[in-house]
Design a protein around this ligand. Structure first.
Ligand SMILES: *Cc1c(COP(=O)(O)O)cnc(C)c1O
Length: 382
């Protein structure tokens, strides 16, 4: 009998019965979208939970990225990472900006802050780093460099829900930070997103931007789009927020089990957050280095054969998609670390509700592969 498939993530879904009172409330109010009561409550509740008082909710993370870029009035070139979900670069191109790719750190997958400065040209207006896997980018260096060179910084914090650095939210870094609440993320509203703003004025400007530019009942004073989150999404977010701490601690327990089982295996490497980081364990990236008995793709295929749907985040690099491949910064010689990581990374299943037995299946397969090949080599040497 074929094993049930195990996916790399599975959405946090509270019992349906718990959602019914929210639905009844919406039906009673007949207020479906446009800054309704649940929308207002969720902005408040997330602000409190995350430690970011000025949050503007969006229909999805990509619209939030588009509007964050639009709000800062960026021009020309923006320095970013090739090692991300494609929405990061797409949001620049959609705003008529040119992404400039900079190489990454070999363990965190974050943009290499040391290499940003040499990519700055007179056309550069901003830096768009990603907190890859929820692990903070080097915000100290990046913010200082941006200040010195007069650049804006937008953090793509799609993976970084609830992440703290020195006991403060990572989401307050830079000029703006952008969250995604997509179904596959740590906290979801089916689809959804948010911009974390530094103050009331910038939130107000962004609230207008996501609502066609309306500044009053009849006044449209600037360009805008429809980026609004609706009441169903917001209600679901409120419900989910009640269980987020439990979800995060389950993720941590799964991370620790992988670590204990796999950290001594030759040729495998994994990310360890620094002690001053409070991580959300959003992903479990495993790096299959050259001294592991088989390639990342062989491991990936073996897991798939057994119904374990691991994912290669992030492969291919954004800079390898046809839309980007001809950019000067996309050439292979500019991005050696990103290229290597894209060929070595595999993300293992990690989500609240992942059964210990399922995780054990993943671990056993990897250990067997490490062992099979090792004993094969031993036999050959005899
Ligand atoms: C998920 C994701 C996005 C896009 O968010 P959506 O809510 O799916 O539009 C952007 N950047 C990164 C790094 C992501 O992982």
């Amino acid at each position: 009998m074929k094993n049930n498939p195990v996916y790399v993530t599975s959405p946090l879904l509270p019992p349906l019965a718990d959602f019914m009172p929210y639905l009844e409330n919406i039906w009673q109010n007949r207020w479906l979208t446009n800054n309704g009561p649940f929308h207002q409550q969720l902005e408040q509740a997330l602000g409190n939970y995350l430690g970011c008082p000025h949050i503007s909710l969006f229909a999805n993370g990509t619209l939030a990225l588009l509007c964050a870029i639009q709000a800062l009035g960026l021009t020309g070139e923006v320095i970013t990472t090739p090692y991300s979900f494609v929405a990061t670069s797409h949001s620049l191109v959609w705003n008529n900006l040119q992404p400039v790719f900079v190489d990454i750190d070999p363990l965190t997958g974050n943009i290499d802050a040391e290499k940003i400065e040499q990519a700055i040209t007179p056309a550069t207006s901003a830096i768009l780093p990603v907190h890859c896997y929820g692990i903070p980018a080097d915000v100290t260096r990046i913010n200082a460099l941006a200040r010195r060179r007069g650049l804006k910084v937008i953090y793509d914090a799609a993976h970084a829900f609830g992440v703290e650095r020195n006991r403060a939210s990572i989401l307050n870094q830079g000029d703006l930070s952008v969250l995604s609440f997509h179904a596959t993320k740590v906290f979801n509203t089916f689809e959804g997103g948010a911009i974390v703003c530094p103050d009331r004025e910038s939130k107000q400007a962004i609230d207008r931007l996501k609502n066609f530019g309306f500044a009053g009942e009849t006044a449209v004073e600037s360009l805008g789009i429809n980026g609004k989150m609706n009441e169903l999404q917001a209600a679901f977010g409120l419900l989910q927020l009640q269980r987020i701490d439990e979800a995060l601690s389950q993720r941590k327990a799964i991370y620790q089990r992988y670590r204990r089982a796999l950290s001594a295996v030759a040729g495998l490497e994994m990310v360890t957050p620094a002690p001053h980081i409070s991580w959300n364990y959003a992903y479990f990236p495993l790096y299959v280095r050259a001294d592991f008995p088989c390639s990342r793709d062989a491991l990936y295929a073996r897991l798939r054969d057994d119904g374990i749907m691991a994912r290669r985040y992030f492969y291919p690099l954004i800079s390898d998609f046809p839309l980007y491949a001809s950019h000067p910064s996309a050439r292979a010689g500019n991005l050696p670390v990103a290229r290597r990581l894209a060929d070595q990374v595999i993300c293992l299943p990690i989500y609240p509700g992942l059964a210990a037995s399922q995780q054990q299946r993943v671990i056993q397969l990897i250990l067997a592969l490490a062992d099979e090949r090792a004993s094969h080599h031993r036999r050959q040497r005899r």
